[in-house]
Every structure is written in structure tokens, then in C-alpha cells.
Design a binder for this molecule. Structure first.
Ligand code: NAI
Length: 317
């Protein structure tokens, strides 16, 4: 049985949607939960204590431990940590979950829409993670979840702001995983799809019915536990699927690296080779390629000149 007994967990945006379900599930496993939510609308306007209060009341009614915090993650992350320290003396787990949407096609997106979304998802996560980091480091324990999105990994129409923020959280999490490793601070990234006010107007109801947020929570709890073996991984999770996402490098094109040999025409001529994901050189990199080894291979290759490329045949493909 995975226990989260007495672990102190901060969950941002836990007044509704996914965060609320996480809060209830953490509390069921004995965690002390800071339910942060400013109680705003989907686009971040307005505020109310009601959302966080309702979740805390439900947890307490069920015999769990929780305290509400209504601070805006962007303007007062210190207030969120203070609530954890004042009530429970420490923090063990941080679930960066709060988010807003300001969708618009790129043509119509203004700078405020872009910056506001980055502020909540990315800068907010940065600020609160930074505050928790020194505590995690000192106690040699910490678990951090970054909430990414398929929109960040694959792109999505009308969400340049959101997809930038979400993919940035992937890089943020992967780097923290490397920096936190020796302090037993483990950071993982989830890319999910679930029914909430974010999706209820864009997905049909027969699909939404299969996407309850309860199907995401088990992974979040597992990645937050003492037992978590994972660090710096990206998970895709929805409707009962729990999968890992990796970057894939193609077989690649190897050319003699002399400056007078490398031409755009050679790349054009060999473009299919760059795209070849079936060869034996295809791999799943976790770090930069070992460029000394690349040099050993490429520097021994003969110099070549591009034949005049058959532009028509390439265009036809
Ligand atoms: P939601 O809108 O129900 O929950 C987000 C919560 O964050 C709200 O309760 C809101 O009041 C709170 N919040 C917003 N700005 C805040 C701020 N500055 N400070 C404190 N709280 C703030 O949406 P949902 O779906 O539960 O989203 C949770 C996370 O999952 C978000 O990061 C979202 O981008 C992400 N996500 C959701 C997907 C889905 O299918 N529902 C898909 C991919 C990612």
C-alpha cells in the first residue's frame, strides 16, 4: 500500500477540476493538504474563497487534514508556502496544477493574452517551486509534478500561449530532475486529458464521459510517493492510459564535417536520411549526443559534393 501519511502537499488550483480530485485523494491517504485556489474564472478573472473552502470542508468531513489558501500563485506564492509552514511546519510535495486559458488564433492573439497565460502556468510554477526547493533540498526529500499538456507536446490550434507555457514546463521539469537527483528531489511531468471546465466546451459529451479526473490522480499520487522510481519523465495519461513520452532521434545524416563540404544542397539531396526513423542509429536520447563519437565517424567520411538535386521529385513527395 502506498502511503502518503503526514506528507505535506501543496496543490495549486485545487478548488476545482483535477486539483480538487488530487486533494481529495491525497487526503484519503493521510496527507496534509494545502488547497490553493484563487477561485477565478477559466480566463483568470475574478476571485472567490468558495472553491477552496468547499474542498477543505469535504476533506475535513471525511476525517482528513487540509487547509485552504486563496492566494494568487503569480502575485503571492510566498503566501501559499506560508500557509503550509504555519499549519504543518514543512512541505514535502508540490503539485503545480493551477492554470488558465486565453485561447485565440495566433493572428488575433495579443501580447497580454500571451503573457497572462505564461505567467500563471510557467512563472507561477517557477516562483512556488523556487520557494519550496530550498526546503526540499535541506530535508533531502521532495516530489514535484509539472502539469504539461498535449497542446505543448504536439501543438494545438488557438493555443500558442498555452502550448509555449506547457512545453516550457517540460524543460523546466527535466532540468530540475537533474539538479534535484542527489537530494532525493524527484520531478516528473504529466501531459493529460480530462473532463473539466477547460475541456467541457471543446470535447463531445460521449468522450468527456470517459475522461474523469479520477483517472489521472493515481499517477500523480504514485509520482509523489516515497516509492516513486521516476525522475524527469514525461507521462501521457487519460482514460486509463498511463504511458511515457520520449524524444526520438532519427537515424540521421552523417557527412564529412569539413567546412567546405557541408552545403545546403547536400542536405536537400539527403533529406530522406534525416527523416529516417527506421535505421539502427535511431534512438531515444536523454542527453546531447556524444559529439566526440560523432566526430570520430564523420571526420573519416569522404568529402562529397551534391549532385544537382531533382527538385521536382522532392516536391512531389
Ligand atoms: P480548472 O480550470 O478546473 O482548474 C484550474 C484551477 O486553477 C482553477 O480552479 C483556478 O481557479 C485555479 N487558478 C487559476 N489561476 C490561478 C492562480 N493564479 N492562482 C491560484 N489558482 C489559480 O482546469 P483543470 O482542467 O482542472 O486544469 C488543471 C491543470 O491541468 C491546468 O494546468 C491545465 O492546464 C492542465 N491540463 C488540463 C487538461 C484537461 O484536459 N482538463 C489537459 C492538459 C492540461
Amino acid at each position: 500500500m502506498i502511503s502518503l501519511n503526514d506528507k505535506v502537499v501543496i496543490i495549486t488550483g485545487a478548488g476545482g477540476g483535477l486539483g480538487k480530485v488530487y486533494a481529495l485523494e491525497f487526503a484519503k491517504r493521510g496527507a496534509k493538504v494545502i488547497v490553493n485556489d484563487l477561485g477565478g474564472s477559466l480566463n483568470g478573472s475574478g476571485n472567490s474563497n468558495k472553491a477552496a473552502d468547499l474542498v477543505v470542508n469535504e476533506i475535513i468531513k471525511n476525517g482528513g487534514k487540509a487547509v485552504a489558501n486563496y492566494d494568487n500563485l503569480v502575485t503571492n506564492p510566498e503566501g501559499i508556502l506560508k500557509t503550509a509552514l504555519d499549519n504543518y511546519g514543512t512541505v514535502d510535495i508540490l503539485i503545480n496544477n493551477a492554470g488558465i486559458l486565453k485561447d485565440s488564433s495566433f493572428k488575433n492573439m495579443n501580447e497580454n493574452q500571451f503573457i497572462d497565460v505564461l505567467n500563471v502556468h510557467l512563472n507561477g510554477a517557477f516562483k512556488l517551486t523556487k520557494l519550496c526547493w530550498s526546503i526540499f533540498k535541506e530535508k533531502k526529500f521532495g516530489r514535484i509534478i509539472m502539469t504539461a499538456s498535449p497542446a505543448g507536446l504536439y501543438g494545438n490550434f488557438g493555443q500558442t500561449n498555452y502550448s509555449c507555457a506547457k512545453l516550457a514546463l517540460v524543460g523546466f521539469g527535466e532540468t530540475l530532475a537533474k539538479e534535484g537527483y542527489k537530494y532525493n528531489i524527484k520531478t516528473n511531468i504529466i501531459s493529460l486529458l480530462a473532463k473539466s471546465r477547460m475541456t467541457e466546451k471543446v470535447l463531445p459529451s460521449h468522450i468527456l464521459d470517459k475522461l474523469s479526473p479520477e483517472k489521472i490522480a493515481p499517477l500523480v499520487l504514485f509520482l509523489s510517493s516515497n516509492e516513486c522510481p521516476s525522475n524527469g519523465s514525461i507521462y501521457e495519461v487519460a482514460a486509463g492510459l498511463f504511458a511515457q513520452i520520449k524524444w526520438q532521434r532519427s537515424n540521421g545524416l552523417y557527412l564529412n564535417p569539413s567546412d567546405d563540404n557541408l552545403t545546403p544542397e547536400l542536405i536537400l539531396e539527403n533529406f530522406n536520411q534525416i527523416f529516417n526513423f527506421n535505421g539502427k542509429g535511431t534512438d531515444y536520447p536523454i542527453m546531447l549526443k556524444d559529439y566526440n563519437k560523432v566526430w570520430e565517424i564523420t571526420s573519416k567520411l569522404p568529402k562529397v559534393k551534391a549532385k544537382l538535386p531533382n527538385l521536382k521529385s522532392i516536391k512531389d513527395k
